[in-house]
Structures are given as C-alpha cells and as structure tokens.
Design a protein around this ligand. Structure first.
Ligand SMILES: *[C@@H]1O[C@H](CO)[C@@H](O)[C@H](O)[C@H]1NC(C)=O
Length: 521
C-alpha cells in the first residue's frame, strides 16, 4: 500500500471514532445567567469537535470557527418592564413571582423568537440539516417545535432543580407533598399548610395550563411552526405530540445542590457544567489584595441582572459605612464609583467571580442567590449570606440555609444592620465553612465531570436516534389509569351489581308477602 492509502485509511478510522455532528442550540431567554448556561453547553460541544448553530440573544464577539450565532437580541424587548430593577422590587411593584404571568410572557417571547427574521432565515432554509436540537426549557414548550421542523431529536436543558413541570414532559410530575416549586420559598419537609400550598400551586398552574396556556401555545404552534413543517413537505404533528417527544432533560442540578429527588432515566443531572475546571488567574492587583487579607475577604455581588446602581442612596451609604467597620477586606461588585470609600472596601466594576471565590482567603460571599451563584459557592466551598430578590432566588437561599451553609437577609431599605450581624456570625463561627466544604466534596465526587457527562449524553441521543430506550413508560399512561380510577369504577359497578343481585336472591328466598306479613304482625 502506498503512503497516501495508509493516510486515507487512517483518516477514515479516525473519523469513525470522532463523528462531528451538526447541533442546533436554542436559548431564547434574554438574561446573563441563561446565556452563561447556554454558552456552557455550546463550548463543551465545540470542544468535542461538533458544529454548533446557536440561537442566542447575547452574542460572542469573536466566536469559535465552528460556531454559527443567530442573533435574537430583539428578545430583550419582550422582558416584562421592571423585572430587573431593584427599586421597583423594593417598592413591591414587580410581579415576577406569579407562574401564570411568567408562562404568558415566555410564550410571547418564544413566538417572537420564531418570528425573528434571523430565525426565519435559518428555518426557511430547507438545506439546513441538524442531527440534534437542544432547547432551554422555562415554563414553555413551544421550543419543541424547532426539533419537529428540522426533524431531529430534542433535548431540553432546564436551569432549575428538577421542576415538576419539566418532569411532566418526560415522565410525570413530582409529588407536591415533598417537592417544592421554584417560585415558592418553602423547602421540604413541609408542614400541613405548606404541603397544602404546594398541591394548590400545582393544581392551579395545571388548571391555567389546561384552560388557557395550552390553547395559546397550540395557536402559536399553528401560526409560526406548522407552516415551516408544511414547507418541508410534511404534515405537521399536533403540538401535544411534539411537546411530549423529548429524548432527554439535561438538568442544571446535582444532589449536593438540591435533594435526592427520584429521577427517570431520561433526566441527567449535570449541574455545574458551566463552571470552568481551570480557575483563571486573578488580575495582579486583586491577587495582591487577596493574598494580604489576613482576616479574609468578603465578596458582595448582586449578580449580573440586577444593578446595584438602582439602589436608593441611603441604602448605598449605610452599606458602605457598615462595610468600613468590618475587620475583613470587602470586595463590592458595583457599577459606579463612590467619591469616598473606606480603606478596607474595594469597589469592583467588573469582578472575576470564579477566581475570587476560588481564592483560599475568600471567607464569605454575599449574593442574591441565583442558581448559578449558589452552585458556584458549593463548587468552590464558600459559605453565603443570601439576599433573595425574585423568582427562584428565595427557594435557592432557603435551601442553602437548610443545608447549614447560609444565612438569609431580607432585602429592604434598612438591611445594613441585619447584614452586619450575620457577617459577624458567619465569619466567627466555623460550622458554616466546615459544612460547605463537606458539600463541596460531594459535589466534586462524581465518576465523570459534568461537562463530559453532558457531551456523552448528547452524543448518545444522536447515535441512538433519539434514545427511545430511555423514555419513561409513564409518559403514555393517562393520569386516571395511573390512579387506577378505571379499576375503581369497575369495582364500584361490581359492588352495586352484587348488592342488587344479593337483594334479588334474598327476595326469592323470602318472598315479599312473607316479609310484608311479618312487618304487620
Ligand atoms: C419524536 O422524536 C423522534 C426522534 O427523537 C422522531 O423520530 C419522531 O418523528 C418524533 N415524533 C413526533 C410526533 O414528533
């Protein structure tokens, strides 16, 4: 054989072992944390050699050569007003805790995503072929339509701890007696009223879905998705068929972060996949400050959605004064500079959060309690004070408090004093730090890294054409059959029939007149 034949043979075998797939990833929600999770998925797939088309509202400036970005930054226009404004939350004007409203606005956002001219261009191009579609799930299933259009298996990515609504899509809902809802702050074990409230939330949401959102989504499906399927020469399946046809849910969850939830085979917990395994070095000045912080560093950040800029002046000043009295060094991530800052306080306009948390002198993290931040605290083993502001932050913080690694402070105009007391308690009592180190061990002690696991299951779904073997049988069994209501009906009918049969036999043995006679005696 000539050299070139060997080379060709070598290339052929190599390509057998590392098939590059074409994967369409869709993260429609315009928010920094959703984008971080989206790029987390995309970067793992690119590193594994795949070709990725990413529909995203936040774009990377110099993308990887195998990454094709589809710009849906117009989705920012569909955010409900005031969502991320601290002042309106303080004044209780924001209503992002109502599932009914969340579902409605995300439905609209999904429809806008399909109508977006860049997405239209992509989906109208019948030559675009994909091996798999990955869509972020958040209270809305319209994203499933994309998989139906390009005729590829579907994987949902859920940013939450296993949520009863997403579990319904691949298996069945979670029992409200011992599973919380992302928008309610209670964590199990529930007392009688909490348990009743959890049941009520599920029933109420299901009622609204049944009476309203299902029809709304079906209409949107007919409007924006069905025409694209017809264009490809197929008869569209119904929205209900498409909605329950996902191969897998990749969950941004892990037992160390949440609890030991019973999960179907088609749910894979890959929580923490978005965190880089290697910690980037700190900028020189920060490194120096942290190395020299004998009493440790307290890091304060309200996350990427909420700007501390919107804080009332009086609150800013009381926080700054309070931080100035602490013996620790304080890093405050803040978008504007103060004229006068105490010596131990450093205002950081931009903060390399992971590198700060990874430094051994970081003793405490004060956070709004977004799921990414609570994940990072366990990844790096830093205890927290949570100041939840909206959505799932309340339950995330309560969960951390329940695990013994956190304290909660209510967000208010006068929270500085409360915050100070909790900082003193948490930096002087070692039990929080010990506990978070324990959880951090559990978090890291996995057979494979979450990113590698994610890539494994993505490739598995493609190679097995939608992984039908992982599908839960529960998905095809109607609820009344699961509760054996049909059997109950049969039993009731049998009982009624036997009673009337017995009556008849009784009457035959003791004829009426005899009985009647007896009565009148
Ligand atoms: C369901 O998904 C499988 C592959 O994952 C696909 O072959 C099938 O056509 C889909 N069915 C419907 C009704 O969408």
């Amino acid at each position: 054989m000539t050299r070139s034949t060997w080379l060709l043979l070598g290339l052929l075998t190599a390509s057998q072992f590392c098939d590059a797939y074409r994967i369409l990833v869709v993260f429609p929600l315009p928010g920094k944390s959703h984008s971080i999770l989206g790029f987390g998925v995309v970067n793992h797939l690119l590193k594994a050699g795949h070709d990725v088309t990413f529909v995203t509202p936040i774009l990377e400036k110099s993308p990887h050569p195998k990454l094709h970005q589809i710009d849906i930054s117009k989705n920012f226009d569909y955010l409900p007003k005031n969502t991320f404004d601290l002042k309106s939350i303080l004044n209780k004007e924001s209503t992002v805790n109502d599932p009914n409203q969340i579902i409605s606005s995300i439905n609209l956002m999904l429809r806008a995503t399909y109508r977006n001219e860049n997405v239209q261009k992509l989906l109208n191009d019948v030559d675009q072929k994909f091996d798999l579609v990955i869509v972020e799930w958040l209270y809305c299933e319209l994203g499933a339509g994309i998989a139906e259009i390009v005729q590829a298996p579907l994987i949902w990515v859920s940013s939450l701890e296993p949520h009863w609504m997403v579990m319904r899509l691949i298996d069945e809902g979670l029992n409200p007696a011992y599973h919380g809802d992302a928008l309610r702050e209670n964590i199990p074990p529930f007392n009688f009223w909490q348990r009743t409230e959890q049941l009520w939330i599920q029933l109420k949401t299901l009622y609204y879905m049944h009476m309203y959102h299902d029809a709304q989504q079906s209409a949107m499906y007919d409007e924006v998705i069905a025409p694209l399927i017809r264009k490809r020469g197929r008869v569209p399946a119904t929205f209900q068929e498409v909605k329950y046809n996902a191969s897998l849910v990749l969950g941004n969850s892990h037992v160390s972060l949440g609890m030991a939830t019973r999960l179907p085979q088609s749910y894979k917990a890959v929580g923490g996949y978005h965190i880089n395994e290697e910690v980037k070095p700190l900028p020189e000045d920060l490194q120096k400050i942290m190395d020299n912080a004998k009493k440790g560093v307290v890091y304060f950040s309200m996350g990427s959605n909420l700007n501390s800029k919107d804080m009332p002046e009086s609150l800013k000043k009381s926080l700054l004064d309070m931080f100035g009295e602490l013996e620790q060094t304080v890093f405050w991530k803040f978008e504007e500079d103060f004229p006068k800052v105490p010596k131990n306080v450093h205002i950081l306009e931009w903060a390399p959060q992971a590198s700060i948390l990874a430094h051994p002198n970081c003793v405490l993290f004060i956070t709004h309690g977004g799921l990414l931040s609570t994940t990072e605290t366990i990844h790096y083993g830093v205890p927290i004070i949570g100041i939840p502001v909206f959505a799932d932050q309340f339950v995330n913080v309560n969960r951390a408090v329940g695990k013994g690694i956190a304290k909660k402070v209510d967000f208010s105009f006068t929270m500085a004093e409360d915050l100070r007391e909790n900082i003193v308690e948490m930096t002087s009592n070692p039990k929080y730090r010990e506990k978070v180190k324990e959880l951090s061990f559990i978090y890291h002690d996995r057979p494979v890294r979450p990113g590698a696991e994610l890539v494994h299951w993505v490739e598995h779904v493609i190679q097995t054409k939608g992984a039908p073997h992982l599908r839960s049988p529960a998905i095809n069994v109607p609820w009344y059959q699961k509760m054996y209501l049909d059997l109950a009906v049969v039993v009731v009918i049998l009982v009624i029939l036997s009673i009337s049969a017995l009556k008849r036999v009784y009457c035959l043995i003791f004829p009426k007149n005899v009985m009647g006679d007896k009565k009148y005696k």
